[in-house]
Design a protein around this ligand. Structure first.
Ligand code: ACO
Length: 427
C-alpha cells in the first residue's frame, strides 16, 4: 500500500499525488493545485476545525468512538484511581511519571510559590462584589504577567519552568481569593504545611482560623481536577496555543484559555447544567423538558461532545465520585432530576441517533454544589484542573519546530472593489 492520495482537478484535468502521513494530508500541499497560474491554490475549508489536525502531540490520546482517554499513554481510569493532582500535572508537563524524589521536588517548588503579590489582592478588590469569578480569574491571571516580566523569556527552559511553577502555585491562591471576594470574606493566605488540595480547600473554606478537612471530599475534588487536567485540542487549549503562538508570555496565553473556558458551550456548561436543573425543578417535568429540547428550544446541557460519540469516560468516573461525595454530604436533591434526564435521553431516538451522551460536566456541578461551591464558581474549578494541560500544550507548541504564529486563511465573500462614498453623499 502506498501512503499517498491522487487527486484529479477536474477544472484542469491535472493530477496531483499528495503524501499521507499519520492519516493526514498537509493542507499546504493543496496550495499547488491551481486552476489558473496566479490563483492562491486550493485551500481546505473547515469552520470550527471539525476535521483539521492543528498539531502533532504526545500529551493526550482520545478515541471518541470507544470512549478512551489517556494521559501520556496512561488510561485516565488508572491515573484518577492512583495519582495525586500534582503527580498528574508532572506527568502531563514532563512526559513521564515522576520518581518519588522528582515528585517531592516538584511539590516543594509549587508549595513555595503559592503566595501572590499583595497588589493582586488590591487588583481583585477593584471588582464588584457580584463580578463573575471567571471574569476575575482571567483578568487576574493575565495581570500576573505584569508582575513577572521575566515570563517573556519564553525560549529559556529555566524561565519556562519558573512560570510553570508560578502558574500551578498561584492560580489556586487567586481562585480561593475570588471565592472569598464574592462573600465579602477576608482572604486566607496559603499554608505550607498543607498539601496542594488541602491548602486550596483551606483557603476557600477556613473561617476564624478553623477548617475541619474532610479527606473524602478532598480526594473527590482531587479526582475531579485530574479528570479535567487535559483534553487535547479543545476550545480553550486551542486558544492557549493560538495566543501563545504569537510568543506572548504564558500568563497571557493561559488567560486566553480561561476566557475560552468561560463560555457555556465549553467549561461554562457545568454551571449551565445546574441552572437547567433548577429550571426543570422536579422529576415530573423532565419529559416535557426533553420534548422542548427536541423541538429546538435549547440544549440538554452536559450532553454531547465534539469528540466523544459514546459515553465520556470522565463522566463514568465522576458518577462514582458522586456516590462517595453524597455519602458524606447527603444526596443533592437535583441528582434525581439529572438521573432521570440521563435515563430518558439515553433511550430517546433524538439523542441516540445523534450519539449524544453525558459529558464530564453533566454530574460535576452537582458534586461541586454538594461540596459547598456556588454555581458560578464551578468553571473556576474546571480551570484549576485544566491548568497543567494548558501549560503542557503551550510548552509543546513552543518546542515544535513546525509551529508558527497561528493564522488561518479565509474565503472572502464580501463586496467586490467599489469606490468609497463620502458621508454627505450617502442615502
Ligand atoms: N442537546 C440537544 N441537542 C444537541 C446537543 C445537546 N446538548 N448537542 C448537540 N445536539 C444536536 C445538535 O442540535 C445537532 O442536531 P442537528 O444535527 O439536528 O442539527 C447535532 O446534535 C450535532 O450537534 P453540533 O452542535 O453540530 O455538535 P458540536 O460537535 O458542534 O457540539 C457541543 C458539541 C458544543 C458540546 C454540543 O454537544 C453542546 O452544545 N452540548 C451542550 C453544552 C455542553 O455540555 N458543553 C460541554 C462540552 S464538554 C466540555 O467542554 C468539557
Amino acid at each position: 500500500m502506498t501512503d499517498t492520495i491522487t487527486v484529479v482537478d477536474n477544472r484542469t484535468g491535472r493530477e496531483y499525488t499528495l503524501p499521507i502521513v499519520d492519516g493526514t494530508i498537509r493542507a499546504s500541499d493543496l496550495a499547488q493545485i491551481r486552476a489558473e497560474g496566479d490563483d492562491h491554490g486550493l485551500m481546505a475549508y473547515d469552520p470550527a476545525y471539525l476535521n483539521t489536525a492543528s498539531c502533532r502531540s504526545t500529551i493526550t490520546f482520545i478515541d471518541g468512538d470507544k470512549g478512551i482517554l489517556r494521559y501520556r499513554g496512561y488510561p485516565i481510569e488508572q491515573v484518577a484511581e492512583t495519582a495525586s493532582f500534582l503527580e498528574t500535572a508532572y506527568l502531563l508537563l514532563e512526559g513521564e511519571l515522576p520518581t518519588a524524589t522528582q515528585l517531592a521536588a516538584w511539590e516543594d517548588d509549587v508549595k513555595y510559590h503559592t503566595y501572590v503579590h499583595t497588589n493582586i489582592t488590591k487588583f481583585l478588590s477593584g471588582f464588584r462584589y457580584d463580578a463573575h469569578p471567571m471574569g476575575m480569574l482571567l483578568g487576574a491571571v493575565g495581570a500576573l504577567s505584569t508582575f513577572y516580566p521575566d515570563a517573556k523569556d519564553i525560549h529559556d527552559p529555566h524561565s519556562r519552568y519558573v512560570q510553570r511553577v508560578r502558574l500551578m502555585a498561584k492560580v489556586p491562591t487567586i481562585a480561593a481569593f475570588l471565592f472569598r471576594h464574592s462573600r465579602g470574606l477576608p482572604y486566607v493566605f496559603p499554608r505550607n504545611d498543607l498539601g496542594y488540595i488541602g491548602n486550596f480547600v483551606n483557603m476557600t473554606f477556613e473561617i476564624g482560623g478553623k477548617h475541619e478537612p474532610n479527606p473524602v471530599l478532598q480526594r473527590a475534588l482531587e479526582i475531579l481536577l485530574i479528570l479535567h487536567a487535559d483534553h487535547e485540542q479543545n476550545c480553550s487549549t486551542s486558544a492557549v496555543r493560538s495566543v501563545g503562538s504569537s510568543q506572548v508570555d504564558p500568563f497571557s496565553a493561559v488567560s486566553a484559555g480561561i476566557a475560552a473556558l468561560y463560555g457555556p458551550l465549553h467549561g461554562g456548561a457545568n454551571e449551565a447544567v445546574l441552572r437547567m436543573l433548577d429550571e426543570i425543578g422536579d422529576v415530573a417535568n423532565v419529559p416535557a423538558f426533553i420534548e422542548s429540547v427536541k423541538a429546538g428550544k435549547g440544549r440538554l446541557m452536559g450532553f454531547g461532545h465534539r469528540v466523544y460519540k459514546s459515553y465520556d469516560p470522565r463522566a463514568k468516573l465522576i458518577k462514582r465520585v458522586a456516590d462517595d461525595v453524597f455519602e458524606q454530604t447527603g444526596l443533592n436533591p437535583k441528582l434525581k432530576i439529572a438521573v432521570e434526564l440521563e435515563r430518558i435521553a439515553l433511550e430517546d431516538e433524538y439523542f441516540v441517533s445523534r450519539r449524544l451522551y453525558p459529558n464530564v460536566d453533566f454530574y460535576s456541578g452537582l458534586i461541586y454544589q454538594a461540596m459547598g461551591y456556588p454555581t458560578d464558581y464551578f468553571t473556576v474549578l474546571f480551570a484549576l484542573g485544566r491548568l497543567p494541560g494548558w501549560i503542557a500544550q503551550w510548552e509543546e507548541m513552543l518546542r515544535d519546530k513546525e509551529q508558527k504564529i497561528a493564522r488561518p486563511r479565509q474565503i472572502y465573500v464580501g463586496a467586490a472593489e467599489r469606490p468609497f462614498v463620502p458621508l454627505a453623499e450617502r442615502g
